[in-house]
Design a protein around this ligand. Structure first.
Ligand SMILES: [Zn+2]
Length: 261
């Protein structure tokens, strides 16, 4: 072997290893969990909309112990578009609506376990206490969560309408006004949108892209997401608040292992 070919061989071997790594990552399946409200003690709440703080803590601890690493939607987007690598077992944790309980109960737990999450807020009810079933956190609290570097605040529309039932002018108002309010109140870009009630229409999807959002999220009970599916509304798994930590892990595994695409 000529001396001069040696570095070339090393470089080629490195390139092959790197491309294997990238190919493996391109096939990555990212589950997105959806939570809503947290409560201190369970009463008769709908388990699809609420979970006790204790059980939520056990979920977050179990995910960590099972090797899941929480990522932001921004990281998923960056991975797909700029090739920034993801952890081995990525998971995205989301909350819809913007309840005060996210700040009071979830935020301290997420900080305790250094876990990232995305909260989709309804901008007309930020800080609302009287006009809603459950109180919603304020812009100040949103800012605090954002400054922790763990929480992304994103859009769940302006007034939580079933967008598919409204005309295009109203859809555009709902998605653009909420984006504007988040950007001006939190002094950052708002690039991700989650449909209220998962109510989606083709014209809404087009309007959300046209408003400048980079990722759209549905409401649902199954599935995972890949680099390819980032160009369509992402699937989220609504977490039943009655699930034990073990059941949660089983449920995620089942979802990630069931081929969809
Ligand atoms: Zn909602």
């Amino acid at each position: 072997m000529k001396k001069s070919t040696f570095p070339i061989m090393i470089i080629s071997a490195l390139l092959i290893f790197m491309s294997i790594g990238v190919a493996a990552q391109t096939n990555v399946r990212v589950p997105i969990l959806l939570y809503h409200n947290l409560v201190s003690n369970a009463h008769n709440e709908n388990p699809m909309l609420s979970i006790t703080a204790n059980n939520f803590r056990s979920h977050i601890m179990a995910l960590k112990n099972a090797g899941y690493e929480s990522i932001s939607l921004e990281q998923f987007y960056d991975f797909a578009n700029n090739g920034k690598p993801l952890p081995e077992k990525p998971i995205i944790i989301t909350f819809d609506d913007g309840y005060s309980s996210n700040y009071d109960y979830a935020f301290p737990i997420l900080q305790e376990f250094a876990t990232k999450a995305t909260i989709f807020v309804v901008t007309s009810t930020v800080g609302a206490t009287n006009t809603v079933n459950f109180p919603h956190f304020t812009w100040e609290q949103a800012k605090q969560m954002q400054q922790s570097g763990l929480i992304e605040i994103q859009s769940h529309s302006h007034s939580h309408k079933e967008l598919a039932l409204f005309d295009i002018a109203e859809i555009i108002r709902e998605i653009r006004l909420s984006k504007y309010l988040i950007e001006t109140n939190l002094n950052k870009e708002c690039n991700f949108f989650a449909y209220p009630y998962g109510s989606i229409s083709e014209s809404a999807i087009q309007a959300v892209w046209a408003a400048g959002y980079k990722v759209q999220c549905q409401v649902g009970d199954y599935g995972y997401n890949t680099v390819e599916t980032l160009s369509q509304p992402l699937l989220r798994i609504t977490v039943n608040g009655n699930l034990s930590a073990e059941e949660l892990l089983d449920m995620i595994e089942q979802n990630v292992q069931t081929d969809l695409y």
